[in-house]
Design a protein around this ligand. Structure first.
Ligand code: TYM
Length: 380
């Protein structure tokens, strides 16, 4: 990979060159035509798609062809529960829930408490189990249909998928995972098997699977696409988003383990205000006079970028904010205030739904229509 940045499912550093990443990973850009086709078939606009936040894909055109022919596709996404969820994670679940509503798709959500235990040297398995149950509340709060969604935790559901996981695993050589994920002689052996576990849910139905995620997860889908057909399944399709940048600047991705870089879905209004005021990197000038004269740079201004990626739904308002900032009419502090108001409102509503989600935990994991079906099934 190019010097200056690196993207793997477990770490992102440097300022990511997203166009180059498409070439490195061998994915396709979402062209303006494909974007319009997706929005047309969805029957509703979505600002994160319109603005190219989801910018890369695999086989999205095939998914839409299936849909137009009346064939169903299903959605699959997931979360590695190593701590509280932040708003970068939330973007993926809100997008998946929007797609579920617009296309009526069955949705499978994997909580990889096993993966995070293998990865995080300081966390016990009990802790990642516990975070899984906590994170599921945030996932439910994104608005999924309880009858059409199955949320499962690897360490609990493994018995139902183990046979299929073994079949996937036998198809993948160690030299391939070493090259794709950068494993070394120091990597624990749990990780050499783990990719099979993350691939299996993309085979839950014989229909095509569409996976919304950030681009860091793509290496798994590259492997999936090499082996799926030989096991009698379809190659997975995916739509990939860019990363919501850390509050502290545009390099890397927001990290759940670095609290100053992230806003958690459980943060209070006070914490949100403090973090944005204290840590948000701006594209403003050193003094107000200079800013008024020369204007700010929205393309490195994290509060602006967060508004663009997720928090400001109105494109007309976003354009005015951008124009005013460039013209020096809007100050960095005012930009921060706009973001604080949006994030606080979003989190407040999210937390209300999160509280109600406690009652629904069992429906999504065990007793809902899709969940029941899935517990009756042993994949082989
Ligand atoms: P995890 O927990 O690292 O991330 C969960 C989802 O959030 C995306 N993501 C982000 N999106 C935008 N901005 C960010 N700063 C940001 N950081 C993370 C991730 O791409 C992911 O979509 N191995 C996975 C769990 C998993 C999974 C899946 C994810 C299992 N099956 C299927 C996606 C699809 C993980 O640890 O994700």
């Amino acid at each position: 990979m190019d010097e200056g940045y690196s993207v793997t499912p477990w770490s992102v550093s440097g300022v990511v060159d997203y166009d180059k990443l498409i070439k490195d990973f061998g994915t396709q850009p979402i062209t303006p035509d494909l974007k319009e086709r997706l929005l047309y078939l969805a029957g509703e606009r979505h600002h994160s798609i319109e603005r190219g936040i989801y910018y890369s894909h695999r086989d999205l055109d095939a998914v839409l062809n299936d849909f137009e022919k009346g064939n169903k596709f299903f959605l699959y996404t997931g979360r590695g529960p190593s701590g509280p969820m932040h708003i970068g994670h939330a973007i993926q679940f809100y997008m998946t829930s929007w797609l579920q509503k617009r296309f009526g798709a069955n949705t499978y959500i994997q909580l990889t408490d096993d993966e995070k235990y293998l990865e995080e040297k300081n966390e016990s398995l009990e802790e990642t189990n516990k975070w899984a149950k906590d994170n599921i509340l945030d996932i439910i709060a994104a608005g999924f249909d309880p009858e059409k969604t199955f949320i499962f935790q690897d360490t609990e559901y493994i018995g139902n998928i183990y046979k299929l996981a073994v079949k996937v695993a036998r198809k993948i050589n160690f030299s391939v995972v070493r090259a794709v994920f950068g494993f070394t002689g120091e990597t624990n052996i749990g990780f050499s098997f783990y990719p099979a576990i993350q691939i299996v849910p993309s085979l839950f139905e014989k229909n095509r699977c569409l996976i919304p995620c950030a681009i860091d997860q793509d290496p798994f889908w590259r492997l999936q696409r090499d082996i799926a057909e030989s096991l009698g399944y379809k190659k997975a399709a995916a739509i990939h988003s860019k990363f919501l940048p850390p509050l502290t600047g545009i390099a890397g991705k927001m990290s759940a383990s670095a609290p100053e870089t992230a806003i958690y879905l459980t943060d209070t209004a006070n914490e949100i205000r403090k973090k944005i005021w204290k840590n948000a990197f701006t594209g403003g000038k050193a003094t107000i006079e200079e800013h008024r004269r020369f204007g700010g740079n929205p393309d490195v201004d994290v509060p602006y970028l967060w508004l663009e990626m997720f928090f400001e739904e109105s494109s007309a308002r976003l354009k005015k904010i951008r124009d005013d900032y460039v013209a020096g009419k809007l100050l960095s502090g005012e930009m921060k205030e706009i973001l604080i108001e949006k994030v606080t409102k979003f989190i407040e509503l999210h937390q209300q739904r999160r509280e109600k989600a406690r009652e629904l935990l069992d429906t999504f994991m065990h007793s809902g229509k899709l969940a029941k079906l899935m517990w009756d099934k042993i994949y082989s």
